[in-house]
Design a binder for this molecule. Structure first.
Ligand code: CAA
Length: 379
């Protein structure tokens, strides 16, 4: 494991930083206020190669490593956590899942446009009664010979209405429990596939989150991912990598909030001096910095291990668990340091505090991460 960044890493980090500051920052408050999807900005992210960062160039990707991905994700989440989750789902759930587990035909048809950012993808596992308990899938896909018939509802789907390609997990044989689950590639517009209304959310309001309804949707057999019964393993393995993306998002939110609080502490005066020179504020900033540094080390460790081809179920869960806790704590402290100004939109930190909460919920709650980590201790 080598935490030294290469010239290429530094260039990618700088490109992401410039993009975030120049293109995401100017409209971020307005997009949050009106729950507006960053359509133009996502196109620019595609042009920068950020929508398929780790995908092999022969499938339209940028061919970069996970460390590069973490660096870019962090810079983007520092400014706009909504843009970061759109990018994270496309990269580390959809593109990664297709590249690792799909056939050449499936990759040419679906992965190439996703990795180029010409279209967006969504990952559809959660259901009204199967969020954390992912084996309890109620969505069914019945084998009809040359196709499956898909029926059910998926909830809280990121990129729900903006996606064109959906990876849908469904039960094909209830008797076999998790070994009777399959994953399918489903296209928007297929008869019987309906997108529900947009969720009104506490945070990450620039990203679109929807329920999806499937009623007798015909899914061709060639759109099943992997061998029969592979769907649960597919979802778990994809989520292991996805957790590095969400950990990077959390790290970015924490870093963004900390940097704003540090700057503010040198601008704002109280009791005759800059508030940074009051120990109560300086110590808070010191604690924030230590937590962010510890989170960064965990996220980088997971990314390095992924690049080394190691099993990242444990390190990814640790990174997500810790970075999401740090995001919440640091964003809260940043609001506190800003005082009354922290509570209003123009100072950004109230949005960051709202945005941070979801990092403890999606791609496995903190409780799920603790299950994964504690099981790893035994094995
Ligand atoms: N990596 C690889 N395989 C795993 C795994 C992991 N992290 N966790 C479990 N598995 C495998 C097990 O090895 C086992 O396989 P075998 O039978 O072949 O041995 C199989 O999966 C079943 O495992 P368990 O018996 O442990 O299953 P379980 O029902 O007790 O619980 C769980 C597993 C870890 C709790 C799992 O249900 C889980 O991770 N739940 C959370 C799901 C989640 O993250 N949802 C988020 C939705 S996606 C999202 O948020 C996207 C978005 O839009 C942002």
């Amino acid at each position: 494991m080598d935490f030294n960044l290469t010239e290429e890493h530094l260039m990618i980090q700088q490109a992401a930083r410039d993009f975030a500051q120049n293109e995401l920052l100017p409209g971020v408050i307005e997009r949050d206020e009106h729950s507006k999807f960053p359509t133009e900005q996502v196109k620019m992210m595609a042009d920068l190669g950020f929508m398929g960062m780790m995908v092999d160039p022969k499938y339209g990707g940028s061919g970069l490593d996970s460390v590069s991905y973490v660096l870019a994700m962090t810079e983007i989440a520092k400014v706009d956590a909504s843009a970061a989750v759109i990018m994270s789902v496309n990269n580390s759930l959809v593109c990664a899942g297709l590249e690792k587990y799909c056939t050449e035909e499936q990759k040419m048809k679906y992965l190439v446009p996703l990795a180029k950012g010409e279209v967006i993808g969504a990952f559809c596992l959660s259901e009204p009664e199967a969020g954390s308990d992912a084996t309890s899938q109620k969505t069914t896909a019945i084998d009809k010979g040359d196709h499956y018939l898909l029926n059910g509802t998926k909830n809280w789907i990121t990129n729900g209405s903006t996606a064109s390609t959906y990876l849908v997990i469904a039960q094909t044989d209830i008797e076999k429990k998790h070994k009777g689950i399959n994953a399918f590639i489903v296209e928007k517009g297929w008869p019987g596939f309906e997108v529900g209304p947009k969720e009104k959310k506490m945070g990450i309001r620039g990203s679109d989150t929807h329920s999806l309804m499937f009623t007798d949707v015909k899914v061709p057999k060639e759109n099943r991912i992997g061998p029969d019964g592979f769907g649960f393993s597919f979802a778990m393995n994809v989520l292991n990598g996805g957790r590095i993306g969400i950990a990077s998002q959390a790290l970015g939110i924490a870093t963004g909030a900390y940097e704003l609080a540090l700057k503010y502490s040198h601008e704002r005066k109280a009791f005759g001096k800059e508030i940074f020179h009051h120990q109560a504020i300086a110590f808070k900033l010191a604690d924030m910095y230590v937590k962010i540094t510890a989170a960064k080390l965990l996220v980088m460790k997971a990314a390095c291990e992924k690049d080394e081809g190691k099993d990242i179920s444990h390190s990814g869960a640790m990174a997500k668990l810790y970075a999401s806790e740090v995001a919440l704590e640091v964003a809260n402290d940043a609001v506190q340091i800003h005082g009354g100004n922290g509570y209003v939109a123009e100072y950004h930190v109230e949005r960051m505090m709202r945005d941070s909460k979801i990092t403890q919920i999606y791609e496995g709650t903190s409780e799920i991460q603790r299950i994964v980590i504690s099981r790893g201790l035994v094995s």
